[in-house]
Design a binder for this molecule. Structure first.
Ligand code: ADP
Ligand code: ADP
Length: 227
């Protein structure tokens, strides 16, 4: 079965002045295990809304999300989300940020230590384990945010313009690193970006949304050799 099936998903917001905003039309998408799917489209077309609903951070107005054929009714650790802004806790060190999800699940210190080592190594930041977020560059903070999401061992990573705030050089490094992580850890990735270049570089499949919220204009299979 598909890893994710998004079926007739729609979202309406009603503003204070009783104005109805259609944030997402009736969207249907199937995503296979291990796919790296990029979603591109103009600002306001519902990309973030789509990811937030899949992550369970928001309820859909209509429609359903299936995870391996089973309807998702609440957030699950199998689906992790990474945002554009570094969402690290400023009062916690790098290491303590990485193990946050494990701590919520009351994992033992030994398990947390092991996970911290593994993911510090994956992001190449072992020597920063005791640093605080404010001591790090934006790119480093975002690496820690990715490590924190990975430490939860999700099957699916939802990424909402995760590199949007980075300078061009750091963005390229992070893109490479993400591809490596994706290959080595067999993740299914749904990645929202403004940048068609970024989508072509990263994706197996690009979903192009139109400015009419939730409308899929085109699905492109990217058949290019990986770097
Ligand atoms: P994108 O990520 O593609 O830029 P969004 O999913 O953020 O688009 O937003 C889709 C539409 O829904 C936009 O018109 C946006 O203004 C509106 N919207 C998003 N969140 C809310 C909200 N909490 N309340 C009202 N309108 C919203
Ligand atoms: P303290 O050192 O005071 O125990 P923690 O670092 O454990 O503080 O976190 C304090 C509180 O912040 C947690 O109990 C939790 O309610 C909240 N919190 C931590 N991480 C998150 C998160 N990722 N999302 C939402 N709330 C969080």
């Amino acid at each position: 079965s598909n890893c994710l099936r998004i079926e007739n998903l729609s979202k309406k917001y009603v503003s204070e002045k009783d104005k109805v905003v259609h944030a997402l039309g009736s969207t249907t998408i199937d995503i296979k295990e291990n796919d790296f799917v990029c979603i591109v489209g103009p600002s306001g077309c519902g990309k973030s809304t789509l990811l937030r609903i899949i992550a369970g951070l928001e309820a859909a107005t209509t429609g359903k999300v299936f995870f391996y054929g089973k309807e998702l009714k609440e957030p699950t650790r199998d689906i992790g989300m990474i945002f554009q802004q570094y969402s690290l806790l400023p009062w916690r060190t790098v290491e303590d940020n990485i193990v946050l999800g494990l701590e919520f699940r009351k994992e033992s210190n030994a398990i947390k230590k092991e996970a911290a080592e593994k993911f510090l190594n994956i992001i190449g930041m072992g020597e920063f384990r005791n640093a605080y977020p404010f001591e790090l560059s934006g790119g480093m903070q975002q690496r820690v945010a990715i490590a924190r999401a990975l430490a939860n061992d999700p099957k699916v990573l939802l990424m909402d313009e995760p590199f949007g705030a980075l300078d061009a050089h750091t963005r390229i490094l992070m893109q490479r690193e993400l591809l490596r992580i994706w290959r080595d850890n067999r993740k299914t990735i749904l990645f929202v970006t403004h940048s068609v270049d970024e989508a072509i570089y990263l994706a197996d499949k690009i979903i192009v949304m139109s400015s009419r919220p939730g409308t899929i204009k085109k699905v492109i299979d990217v058949d290019m050799p990986r770097p």
